[in-house]
Ligand binder design. Sequence first.
Ligand code: SF4
Length: 288
Amino acid sequence: MPADASRHNGRMPELPHPITGQLFASPVPPGTGWPGDPADADTPVARSADEVSELASGAGDLGELDARISVCRACPRLVDWREEVAQKKRASFADQPYWGRPGPGFGDPHGRVLVVGLAPAANGANRTGRMFTGDRSGDWLYAAFHRAGYANQASSLHAGDGLELTDLRIVAAVRCAPPDNKPTTQEKRTCAPWLDRDLQFAQPHLRSILALGSIGWDSALAAARRLGWEVPRPKPKFGHGAIALLRNETREVRLVGSYHVSQQNTFTGKLTERMLDAAIALLEPSDQ
Ligand code: SF4
């Protein structure tokens, strides 16, 4: 660790960002220079479910939405968890600052594909501040997006590493890392307005949604219903390669299900690279 990394911000040592070398406290204060940080010190903070609804619906554009998401504090259990993980750190990342805030959306703001994941991983996006970045799930996902032409590189290690996505944006059903990757029903409900607004902003150009896991699937369907889209009834069943056709006021949107790229699935062979590639191929945004 560099000598100046031992400087304290009053409570915790500031540590150097792995790409830029700039020192950061954990969690990272908004607007202090973290690569891709959409917020600043004046970004309004949601502290309740009602405030999430209000700030999500009032976000004027995607940049404002991402900024507001990234400072949200509406779920006490998740705020405590994400910040505790950020301060304690996994031993292998003990020399790194942790983002320790909600994960804003990442990717092409005009993407025709929206990916809906579950939630940031405690030592992945909760550390790096970027969706599916810095963990094995991200290794799988971005390698597949690179093979399919959506990503300019196959790896995703840290915010600021040059990764760019084309025609695809990634969001999550829940924007804070949950203990055991299991958000409560109340937490999913509280976080839902952020997804609703993301879907609204995506609507003018959206052709397909890739839902990673059943929570991503259910969240995407519920958001589409809340926005008044036509959604098949009974509720389409999640499965790997499942397709549901949704319709908004201008066009059909294809919802595609994929098993989540969690290690639980990729280590056990439940999800293979070939299966993931096949699900991504079903998105076919250029053919619709
Ligand atoms: S899970 Fe969502 S609503 Fe809850 S604190 Fe995180 S960003 Fe806010």
